[in-house]
Design a protein around this ligand. Structure first.
Ligand code: BGC
Length: 437
């Protein structure tokens, strides 16, 4: 039986949250560049024009990851750095930048992983409707083919889409993330197109021998507020939306029937052959879980009939994100994925906790220790968990929350951009050195 000392440890970062250099190196605007031109949409009225300046400081960050003992460096590619207008001419400076990142990783002995889409659609594609427009699926295929041509010789591990449900839910239904669109039609079209694009992207990458290609799924444990059947049913609906919608079409199960109003809307955008085309066999599932939600039945809430009961109303402690931190979710979801297919490798492709500026980093150490305890139980059950990627290396631009939540194991001085290892980084460094993994 494997144990936790055999887990591989790494870190995940995302282009729009770290790179900065928003208009340098030939990069085109992304939807996040546009969205943040309205400062009121971001809690601290900030933007990601500089972010952590990873574009210029990637060597320092990769060095820090190596110093801590991490073995995997997962980063995302900004589509508009490769194709400034989303399609058409390739930007050689963008290719050169990611080549520098990849080559530097390899030269210092850390394995680069690429995420192809972590929410920063080129603005030029949003101008034609974004994910709502099926034409973007074809543009994504072109983009993936370019990434394959330039990077697949050295990058063997790929994650196609990061958390489709959060990206489309927040960006095309709630309007709280870029591109700030709302409503069921925007949501339904966009989610189907993004999931379809991912299936097509998978096939493009798998045409190269030796690539390991997976996806990263947002997983939120849902529990009932009251012990009655109406709330239990509400749990089923919320769970279908949050935790199954972006998985089951790939397993040949279609969109979940428990949320008929939503799936009816989605069906309007499903063309003949789409669901067959979406049946792909990912090489692994990436689990990303942070929080738990408690819900109750609410007939007046459109489409779902579900209302969340905020942690504060339940007298539960919350993180600076307003979330009920829930490390137990890792085992709960590992078991659910294993129930789909016990042989499929799993990764915790993101896991982390946000603290406020003045909170003691020991809380994060405690959190990771709990995750490790969960991982041990996961492995005891014979579930094929391969490793843990932390969210995240350096405190960064946390989307609509700006720079307020600190998810990094390394702090960032926003004025000088100086990095400093926090308690968690030291704890992990010692742990990894002691266990040799
Ligand atoms: C996302 C990250 C985000 C993190 C914390 C994940 O859902 O992939 O981009 O920063 O959660 O909110």
């Amino acid at each position: 039986m494997r144990n936790t000392t055999q887990l591989q440890w790494g870190v995940t970062i995302a282009a729009a949250q770290t790179e900065g250099a928003h208009d340098q190196g030939g990069k085109g605007a992304s939807i996040w560049d546009t969205f943040t031109t309205n400062p009121r949409v971001i809690k601290d009225r900030s933007n990601a024009q500089v972010a952590t300046d990873f574009y210029h400081r990637y060597q320092e960050d990769i060095d820090l990851a190596v110093t801590i003992g991490l073995k995997i460096f997962r980063f995302s590619v900004a589509w508009s750095r490769i194709l400034p207008t989303g399609t058409g001419a390739v930007n050689p400076e963008g290719i050169a930048f990611y080549n520098r990142v990849i080559d530097y990783c390899l030269s210092v002995g850390i394995t680069p992983w690429i995420t192809t889409y972590h929410w920063d659609l080129p603005q030029a594609l949003q101008d034609i409707g974004g994910w709502r427009n099926r034409a973007v699926v074809t543009h994504y295929q072109t983009y993936i083919t370019i990434l394959r041509t330039h990077f697949a010789d050295r990058v063997k591990n790929w994650i196609l889409v990061n958390e489709a449900i959060v990206c489309i839910g927040a960006g095309y239904f709630l309007g709280i993330h870029a591109p700030g669109k709302r409503g069921i039609t925007n949501f339904s079209a966009s989610i189907h197109h993004l999931l379809l694009a991912q299936a097509k992207g998978f096939k493009i990458l798998k045409a190269v021998e030796g690539l390991t290609v997976g996806t990263a799924i947002s997983c939120t444990k849902i529990d009932a507020y009251r012990d009655n059947s109406r709330d239990q049913k509400a749990v089923k609906r919320m769970d279908a939306l949050m935790n199954r919608l972006c998985i089951e079409p790939y397993l040949g199960m279609g969109y979940p029937s428990e949320i008929p109003t939503i799936t009816r809307h989605i069906q309007k955008f499903v063309k003949e052959g789409d669901l067959e085309e979406m049946q792909i066999d990912f090489d692994f599932w990436g689990i990303q879980t942070y929080a738990r939600e408690v819900v109750k039945s609410a007939w007046y809430v459109p489409y779902l009939g579900v209302m969340t009961v905020p942690p504060r109303k339940r007298n539960v402690a919350v993180s600076v994100m307003g979330w009920e931190t829930y490390p137990q979710g890792t085992r709960y979801f590992a078991e659910r994925f294993a129930a789909y297919d016990p042989d499929k490798p799993l990764w915790l492709s993101e896991c982390g906790m946000a603290l406020a500026e003045d909170e003691d980093d020991q809380l994060r150490v405690n959190y990771y220790q709990q995750v490790l305890a969960e991982a041990e139980k996961i492995l005891e059950k014979g579930i094929k968990l391969q490793g843990i990627l932390l969210w995240t290396l350096v405190d960064n631009f946390e989307w609509a929350e700006g720079y307020i939540p600190k998810f990094g194991i390394i702090s960032l001085n926003q004025k000088t951009l100086e990095r400093k290892m926090k308690k968690t980084a030291y704890w992990l460094k010692n742990y990894l050195a002691a266990t040799n993994n």
